[in-house]
Design a binder for this molecule. Structure first.
Ligand SMILES: *[C@@H]1O[C@H](CO)[C@@H](O)[C@H](O)[C@H]1NC(C)=O
Length: 309
């Protein structure tokens, strides 16, 4: 095997999504489509929101920030996978591997805290409409965004430092298309008990936003059901429906991946990670803009001003 000879002490081998050549070709083509769609789609959302002053409110500012995180999130793993496939190599340096792991955890957490901030925003808009503008002021909005970034990075740092201190003396074959924490821990020949405990703690921290999201939606639905009218129910569903879709997609796949014993992890689970690594960031802009009249109007305006200038 050529890859075996290429690997030195400071390198890892990325086995890929399934490890089978024909299927790797399929995922290469898939990612080749997904990546530009993700970047362009999310960039259009950001431009549409920033250029339309009617969308300058907390809900859309948070959405634009989520799009920004999604662009970074898919950039951490997909370009490296595409480049390696083109160059016919599977090697990643130790530093590159830790960098991928750091940003994957940091941005994944930031993403989930932003989803929680968006749910909180919707809950306040629907259950406290009279106080909404004072609760969600520009400052609280900025605070929510900054807090998401800070918590995300604070959660990534200990895992990365702990992993950097492990010794890898046997196989260097990472059972995924990027350096993820569970396949890396499985490769180490150090005592990983503490690392595994920290990983579960990390998943716990990652689940706090999910709890906030559930509480926010209980709030929304109890408000709507207090004075049930078809109009108020429709309003609640149209503003929250897209957000709920994104949240279930995201948490459904992440929970399926990390809420279980490390020993049960194998290469075939890498296919699950494709879902939240590549597919969810791509779908976010479509889910939000296709169901949202204001977003569609802003996008139309964006293209119109481009073509007339
Ligand atoms: C992110 O949110 C902040 C605060 O609401 C806002 O000022 C900023 O424009 C947003 N960023 C993007 C890229 O939209």
């Amino acid at each position: 095997m050529r890859e075996e000879n290429q690997s030195s002490t400071w390198e890892f081998i990325l086995l890929g999504v399934t490890g089978q050549q024909g299927q790797e070709d399929f995922f290469f083509v898939l990612f080749l489509f997904i990546y530009p769609i993700t970047v362009v789609g999310n960039l259009l959302i950001i431009l549409a929101i920033l250029s339309d002053s009617r969308l300058h409110n907390p809900m859309y500012f948070l959405l634009a920030n989520l799009s920004l995180v999604d662009i970074f999130f898919s950039t951490v793993t997909i370009p490296k996978m595409l480049a390696n496939h083109l160059l016919g190599t599977k090697v990643i340096s130790f530093g590159g591997c830790l960098t991928q792991m750091y940003f994957m955890i940091a941005l994944g957490n930031t993403d989930s805290y932003m989803l929680a901030a968006m749910a909180y925003d919707r809950a306040m808009a629907i259950s406290r409409p009279l106080h909404y503008t004072t609760i969600m002021s520009l400052w609280s909005c900025i605070l929510l965004v900054v807090a998401s970034w800070v918590i995300g990075n604070a959660n990534a740092l200990p895992h990365t430092l702990l992993t950097a201190n492990l010794s890898f003396c046997g196989s260097k074959e990472v059972a995924n298309f990027y350096c993820d924490i569970s396949p890396l821990l499985k490769l180490s020949c150090s005592d990983i008990h503490f690392n595994v405990k920290m990983m579960y703690l990390g998943v716990g921290i990652f689940s706090v936003p999910l709890l906030c999201i559930i509480i926010s939606y209980v709030h929304v639905f109890s408000t709507v059901l207090q004075v049930p009218s078809t109009q108020s129910i429709r309003k609640a569903f149209s503003t929250c429906g897209s957000h709920l879709t994104v949240v279930s997609l995201y948490y459904g796949t992440v929970m399926g991946m990390y809420f279980r014993p490390l020993t049960s992890y194998s290469l075939k689970d890498a296919v699950i990670t494709v879902m939240y690594m590549a597919v969810t960031p791509m779908l976010n802009p479509f889910i939000y803009s296709l169901r949202n009249r204001d977003m569609k109007a802003a996008l139309k305006k964006l293209f119109h001003s481009r073509s007339s200038s």
